[in-house]
Write a protein that binds this ligand. Sequence first.
Ligand code: PLP
Length: 384
Amino acid sequence: MLNFDHAASTPTAPDVIRTMAEVMEAHSGNPSSIHRGGEAASKLLERSREVCAAAIGGVKPGELVFTSGATESNNLAVKGMMLGRNDGKKHIVTTAIEHASVYESCRQLEQLGFEVTYVRPEADGIVSFHTVLAAVREDTALVSVMHVNNETGAVQPIAEIGRQLKRLHPRVRFHVDGVQGFAQLSLDLNEAGIDLYSLSAHKIRGPRGVGILYVREGVRLFPLFSGGGQESGIRAGTENVAAIVGAAKAFRLAAEGRTERAGKMNALREMVVAEVNRHAGLRLTEPKQSSPHIIHFTFSGLKSQVILHTLEELGVQVSAQSACSAKTEKPSRVLSAMGREHEEAISGIRISLGDEHGQSEVRQLVKVIGSAVDRLAPLEGRKR
Ligand code: PLP
């Protein structure tokens, strides 16, 4: 079975697994303990923070908070920024295409009396930075926009939004969900005026269950977990040292290999795009700028699940919407926000590339897409 669902999760790198096993065998101390075992664990934790800071670039180790994943990082960024405010600022600007962890956090805040503007993207899945900036009001406290959309691969104009935001509204905080961009695209957090930045280790060949939230020095968050004051008091709970050490290695490898990876994936992506374009029934989603690892298309009239099952029977695993929304049969929120009709919004397919893919795997994928279309074309429009 070929796995082309790397935007959902990636195979943990063998080096990372070895490192984690070594740490688990040698260290059982709690990094908050003051005996030697605790100090050894604490040193590993702080060294990992340094490695992650270097991998992100331009940030200080003390500005990084380890979390259980990007879902938690996004919740902490959005809710932590809004809860406990006493300056009367109750408004958030975000987009209609954010990952559920940002989107649902905003929805929850609305129930608590906060106000949210959900900016819609253009038809190609990219939000206009003018529209985002035009939505900022006197009482806006936070703007939250993702770097790369996890469904369509559309790259959002983060640097333009951040630069203009800092120029026109310097007191408004800027959060970026960087999960799907980190391994393929470089982003200068300082140049882009980013105050909060979320990452996930399992999307870049690290372990599942580790995330990072970058919190710019001086930015105050209301902690969502109360407890022992770990992670500078922002995220209580004993840190998973072995997983964090493994994650740090994965972030370093992801950053070091970024340029080469992007070049290789762009070439592979072109092969898949050419195949999708060959079939009249498939509609490629073509953002003006796309991340090299995601290819998205629709097969109007057929449900994503039907297409997914056919591809799986033929030996290829891909996704419909994001992994978190994959089990729903509802139309994709992202495609609907892009203005797609119901028939199309239920038929999206996401193919995502990973480090282990080369020309031979992609040739097999291309063949499978061809066979699947031959099988499914007679059903098109019968709303199966
Ligand atoms: N943000 C984006 C853009 C994602 O693709 C994902 C994963 O699906 C997340 C956040 C959540 O990450 P995690 O699985 O680490 O909670």
